[in-house]
Design a protein around this ligand. Structure first.
Ligand code: AMP
Ligand code: GLY
Length: 420
């Protein structure tokens, strides 16, 4: 079978490595992929958002199955376009990807179907938003409606900060049209859990839970990033909470999407907060998380391609999805300065396995850094402490100038249940 994976980061590298385990897979193309995955996939110089070019390429190559991994092409309709020329695809169509593409859509969906989430108001008028902020409880959370490269959420500790955030989104349009509407929502507290799930639109099968570490520096200091490391499973996510989430959040969401005529197939990502009043949805993503995928897929025992195709064919209920009874830790290595300004072009040497490369290019056969987040190093072990230690051991086998990474990935999870 010939496969095509759309996207080019560490998440896509983890997906590609897992897909390769199926002996029926003969070739995997990546649009565009990156130089660090050249041994695992054939790189195609077409960007993930160049949907027409992707479709033409997929037709020419007679691709048997495609996986669209990032949010933008999903929201832009890559799955619809590939389906139109007869290529089956993993991922939601555009009318379902809106669950991530519009925060106003997802908040209204949750309200209509009584799915627990933070209280909120929607504003299309800047003055009205500013007036509301005079009375809103503080801290408050301001969210741009549309996709904003993961930067569209601002937690404001003061009224002045909240107003500045609204002005920057609605007046200065720092996120372009994504900020034409904003959601202002209740600030929630509690441990965060990422639960990725497979769904065929009827059945939903949660994957092993995970915990992201979003801030750039140790002890959750510094700026928000795309994610500096992950562990799985998440110790705060007990089996009782998992059952509650299935009954109150996962199944109701999948049913709600179907009832709205927006059947969701693919990976539905639930960003949850375990608040004192129970689990609530912080965000939905219409795709695998990055770097959650880098710890979740190494623990998947079942064949990924089989499970993915079951979501497309509507046969997930009859398909086994099994995870190993083990733990994983992924440490992201970035270039100094990330998520601000950073240099690229440093020579990169990797002498260990389970490295998922996010930002690298091949220049005359030499691998060089080409992004802020350069790669993630994953280790799997019988317990969390051993997985964390093994991941940090492996980090020593990766070298590039000005590398930086957090030293405390997994620390909070190791403390779970021991607080106070
Ligand atoms: P997002 O970009 O939607 O993943 O949000 C980024 C981060 O902002 C989340 O991981 C949470 O830590 C935080 N966040 C989002 N919404 C809320 C909320 N209502 N209350 C508290 N924290 C939030
Ligand atoms: N790691 C968070 C995300 O993929 O959105």
């Amino acid at each position: 079978m010939k496969l095509l994976v759309v996207g080019g980061g560490g998440r896509e590298h983890a997906i590609i490595k897992k897909l390769k385990e199926n002996p029926q897979v003969t070739e995997i193309f990546a649009c565009p992929g990156n130089g660090g995955m050249a041994e695992d996939a054939t790189l195609v110089p077409i960007g993930a958002k160049e949907i027409e070019k992707i479709v033409t390429f997929a037709k020419e190559q007679c691709i048997d199955y495609a996986v669209v991994a990032p949010d933008d092409p999903l929201v832009l309709g890559a799955v619809d376009a590939l389906n139109e020329v007869g290529i089956p695809c993993f991922g939601p169509k555009a009318n379902a990807a809106i669950i991530e593409g519009s925060k106003v859509f997802s908040k209204n969906l949750m309200k209509k179907y009584h799915i627990p989430t933070a209280e909120y108001e929607v504003f299309e008028d800047c003055e009205k938003a500013l007036a509301y902020l005079e009375i809103a409880p503080i801290p408050t959370v301001i969210k741009a409606d549309g996709l904003a490269l993961g930067k569209g959420v601002i937690i404001a500790e003061t009224r002045e900060d909240a107003k500045a955030a609204v002005r920057s989104m609605m007046e200065d349009q720092v996120f372009g049209a994504s900020g034409n509407r904003v959601v202002i929502e209740e600030f929630l507290t509690g441990p965060e859990v990422s639960v990725l799930s497979f769904t065929d639109g009827e059945t939903v099968v949660p994957m092993i839970s995970s915990m992201d570490h979003k801030r750039a520096l140790d002890n959750d200091q510094g700026l928000n990033t795309g994610g500096m490391g992950t562990i799985a499973p998440n110790p705060y996510y007990t089996s009782a909470i998992a059952k509650q989430c299935m009954d109150e959040i996962f199944l109701p969401t999948v049913k709600a999407m179907k009832a709205e005529g927006r059947t969701f197939k693919g990976c539905l990502y639930f960003g949850l907060m375990l608040t004192p009043k129970g689990p609530k949805v912080i965000e939905y993503n219409c795709r695998f998380g990055d770097p959650e995928t880098q710890v979740v897929l190494p623990l998947l025992e079942s064949d990924l391609l089989t499970v993915m195709m079951a979501t497309t064919n509507g046969t997930l209920a009859e398909t086994e999805v099994k995870f190993r009874d083990a733990h994983a830790c992924c440490v992201v290595m970035a270039s100094k300065g990330y998520p601000g300004k950073y240099e690229t072009g440093y020579e990169l040497t990797i002498s260990t396995d389970s490295v998922f490369v996010a930002g690298a290019k091949l220049e005359d056969g030499i691998l060089k850094t080409a992004g802020g987040r350069v790669l993630g190093v994953t280790a799997v072990a019988d317990n969390l402490k051993a997985a964390v230690d093994a991941a940090y051991e492996k980090v020593k086998d990766v070298h590039f100038d000005n590398a930086f990474y957090r030293h405390d990935i997994g620390k909070r999870a190791l403390m779970a249940g021991k607080e106070e």
